[in-house]
Design a protein around this ligand. Sequence first.
Ligand code: A2P
Length: 257
Amino acid sequence: MATIYTETVQTVRHWTDRLFSFTATRNPGFRFISGQFTMIGIKINGKPLLRAYSMASAHHEENLEFFSIKVQDGPLTQHLQKLQPGDELLVGAKATGTLIQHNLLPGKTLYLLGTGTGLAPFASIIKDPDTYEIYDHVVLAHGCREIAELGYGEMVVNRVLEDEFLGEYAQGKLLYYPTVTREPFRNMGRLTNLFDSGKLESDLNLPALNKDSDRVMLCGSPDMLSDLQNMLETRGFVEGNHTHAGHFVIEKAFVEK
Ligand code: A2P
């Protein structure tokens, strides 16, 4: 059986009635690549209950961070949403996942496309200085229903840009594109529609999404993944994996909905 570390929750922040983020201690032996996920959870009636969660912290950070949905009758999140600083958190020692640079061919612009808690692996990737060594531009597009759901992503982006060390790498390269679908905002609409119309790229002064220069990582609901995968394949993008690098990659491990 894979090793499970027992960590301690350090901070918890509730963003909306559906979303929260939390930090925890990190075993120095726990290694991962920014963008990967592992199994995390808690003991319920003495029995461990774990689900796949992307690390929202980067591989070099001292603490772990996670961004989670709250489902009132969700087997894990109905309990996880009650976490308090000092509580125990179980963290699987074996990190894995497809949203890593190794699976992508060289390119100029990296598009990180997430909806809802699908932002989490990208929070890790935009905190990793290597990302800015590899790409000229890193677009973080986050689609949510409501403005309040963008709060966590906004905080991460601001921290990156204001960080004394990371900020120097990210300034001018990291392009943040938040969009909402269910209330008025400066950017509105689903990511799929924003690419179909070309509005997303033109708002950012970038050329239309194309496989020659652009690489894409996707993380979101099954419908979002399949719609964006279809859009990319129509444009000639080929999916990458551990054995063959491609133009785009998809994370198929989900936290409970
Ligand atoms: P919408 O409000 O039109 O459903 P959720 O919280 O349900 O995961 O949704 C997060 C965001 O993803 C919402 O803005 C939602 O838009 C959007 N979304 C849902 N399905 C898709 C899809 N198939 N392609 C792109 N975006 C989607």
